[in-house]
Design a protein around this ligand. Structure first.
Ligand code: C5P
Length: 395
């Protein structure tokens, strides 16, 4: 695959020196980076240092005839996978929001047809000024992505929002916003993850120890492969992986509805630890303690989401995968589950081994060809294996 190409526009501000570290990171990741310095940026960073780090010519002037014969500003703005503005000054944001062009940076921003990521940096009052906030809202509405600014001490002695995001964070945002070109481009994947919560009354309920980490790792991995991933998630304390659409639910019934609302899909993966039962009714008021030594709750069966999707006559995804979390007789249970649920594969893992909540997992995949041990011992190893498995099944 060709290396990804970043066009980095450096605005003029005290934070511009951090752009050198950003260039270094981009290069280290094997990407190409071409740098545009505004006139003001050149007061803080020399074209020579940016050129030395990027290994390429640095562009500074709209009307430089040599530049324009070598590479016109239109080509410059198009021959990139992502345009990054770091630091994005109040001036650059204002020009981009208005479509004003009076230098190379603003011309590139107007001429580009590629995604744009801005990392703003400015004085806290300038950031909070109504004009900047208006420009921010306009740029977001135009589809520009943002990373930062962060809160902290400023070079001018004030404190607040306006510091440039750290180069590591800007680089992570670059990776997130680079257009995907993976093997699962255009494929829709629906994943359930986490526990469900079945209410007994407004404050209590029935849940389980699932952390959601395995499902989230799979969602992250498949999104990186270019899939359009929808994560139907029970209550967990995890960040949504980048590029993933997350639908929050609490109960098994809500999860069932949310999954069905997302069909048709190419792939369904049921990772959630769905409660098999729910209290027949949830009390509307908080239940009082009584003098009785015992209490009885009647439970009714929840629908089996995996089975319903597997056996869906009209909208069955091409690949349906379930999980079997067991504490014993793993292989027998997995075989029985594959048969009864009608899915294409079951990932069996032994949850007696402290899997819940940890980054580790030891699992085996069972399909019609038999058992295949999954190499590695982390949840991301399981996700890597599944990404390759799904590609094979869809090809
Ligand atoms: O039958 P058991 O709960 O052990 O099956 C586990 C698999 O079935 C998991 O993939 C889980 O996400 C899925 N499941 C489901 N809906 C249920 C129960 C389990 O989708 N009500």
């Amino acid at each position: 695959m060709d290396p990804k190409r970043i066009l980095l526009i450096v605005g003029g501000g005290i934070a511009a020196y951090k752009s050198l570290e950003l260039i270094r990171r981009i290069k280290k990741a094997g990407m190409d980076v071409r740098v545009v310095l505004t006139r003001a940026a050149q007061e803080f960073v020399t074209p020579l240092s940016a050129a030395a780090l990027s290994g390429d010519k640095v562009y500074t002037d709209l009307f430089d005839l040599t530049d324009e014969t070598e590479m016109g500003h239109i080509a410059l703005s198009r021959q990139a996978d992502l345009v990054v503005v770091a630091p994005a000054t109040a001036d650059l944001m204002a020009k981009a929001a208005q479509g004003l062009v009076n230098d190379l940076a603003s011309t590139v921003l107007l001429a580009t047809d590629k995604p744009v990521l801005m990392a703003p940096a400015m004085n806290v009052r300038m950031w909070h000024h109504a004009a900047t906030q208006r420009n921010l809202a306009q740029l977001k509405a135009d589809g520009v992505h943002f990373v930062g600014p962060e809160e902290g001490d400023m070079a001018c002695g004030e404190f607040g929002l306006g510091r440039l995001a750290e180069p590591g964070d800007i680089f992570a945002a670059i990776e997130n916003h680079l257009p995907k070109s993976g093997a699962l481009n255009g494929r829709k994947v629906v994943i359930t993850a986490g526990p469900t919560f079945e209410p007994l009354d407004p404050v209590r309920g029935l849940t389980n120890r699932s952390s959601g980490r395995q499902g989230y790792a799979i969602a992250e991995r498949l999104a990186r492969e270019g899939a359009d991933v929808v994560l139907v998630s029970g209550p967990v304390s995890l960040d949504t992986p980048s590029g993933v659409r997350r639908v929050n639910v609490e109960t098994a019934l809500a999860m069932f509805d949310a999954v069905h609302a997302e069909l048709p899909a190419d792939v369904f993966i049921g990772v959630a630890a769905v409660a098999d039962w729910r209290p027949r009714e949830a009390a509307r008021e908080k239940q009082k303690k009584t003098a009785e030594p015992e209490m009885t709750v009647t439970f009714v069966k929840n629908p089996d989401i995996l089975e319903a999707v597997s056996k869906h006559l009209d909208l069955r995804p091409r690949v349906v995968i379930g999980f079997a979390a067991e504490t014993g007789s793993l292989e027998d249970y997995a075989r029985a589950k594959l048969a009864s649920k009608g899915c294409d594969a079951i990932i069996a893992n032994n949850v007696a081994e402290g899997v819940f909540g940890s980054a580790h997992n030891h699992a085996t995949l069972l399909d019609l060809d038999g058992f295949t041990p999954i190499p590695g011992d982390t949840k991301m190893d399981v996700a890597d294996f599944l990404a390759a498995y799904i590609q094979k099944k869809l090809s």
